[in-house]
Design a protein around this ligand. Structure first.
Ligand SMILES: *[C@@H]1O[C@H](CO)[C@@H](O)[C@H](O)[C@H]1NC(C)=O
Length: 168
């Protein structure tokens, strides 16, 4: 009983730590409050948790990242925060799905500086080691993405254990 409780607590702590990144992305965008119109960064930051929900369309966070740059400008701080959103892991419900969804829309994100970034995926997914290393690398140096969707780029870089999802 005790052992089980300890394991469950440990699992909960790990899950919380990983899903904490959603809060981290929101916080980064929130700090862009000197850009755009007053309140705009906060409003955009408030939209980030919704696009990272397990049930959200995989393309929605890319469109939001474009919106962030469109509204707040292309200062390196804005680009960095928007890039963090593009590269963030979308929540994942392992009891409802076994593999993540990645956006197959070649037009997203439209912002050139945000292209070629691939997202983190749940570490329980086979192949996530490759994808998560690629995700980290792509934030430093984006992969070539001319004519490619995020799903295409991930596949080209060696990760294919996902469901491609068109923009809804
Ligand atoms: C994809 O990941 C799932 C979950 O880890 C695993 O069961 C499955 O075997 C993987 N499929 C491929 C083709 O690697």
């Amino acid at each position: 009983m005790l052992a089980k409780a300890v394991i469950l607590a440990a699992i909960a702590a790990i899950a919380e730590a990983r899903f904490g990144q959603e809060g981290a992305v929101q916080a980064s965008i929130q700090t862009l409050n000197t850009f755009g119109q007053p309140g705009q960064a906060a409003a955009l930051a408030g939209q980030t948790p919704g696009v990272l929900l397990a049930g959200a369309n995989a393309c929605a966070k890319l469109a939001l990242a474009d919106q962030i740059v469109a509204a707040l400008g292309n200062d390196p701080a804005v680009i960095a925060a928007a890039a963090q959103l593009v590269g963030a892991e979308k929540n994942f419900n392992p009891s409802a799905q076994s593999i993540p969804t990645l956006c197959s829309d070649v037009t997203l994100p439209a912002t050139a500086a945000l292209r070629g970034i691939v997202p983190l995926v749940d570490p329980a997914v086979l192949g996530s080691d490759v994808e998560n290393a690629n995700a980290a690398a792509s934030l430093q140096t984006p992969f070539g993405a001319t004519g490619l969707s995020v799903a295409d780029v991930a596949k080209a870089q060696g990760f294919s254990n996902f469901t491609a999802q068109a923009n809804a």
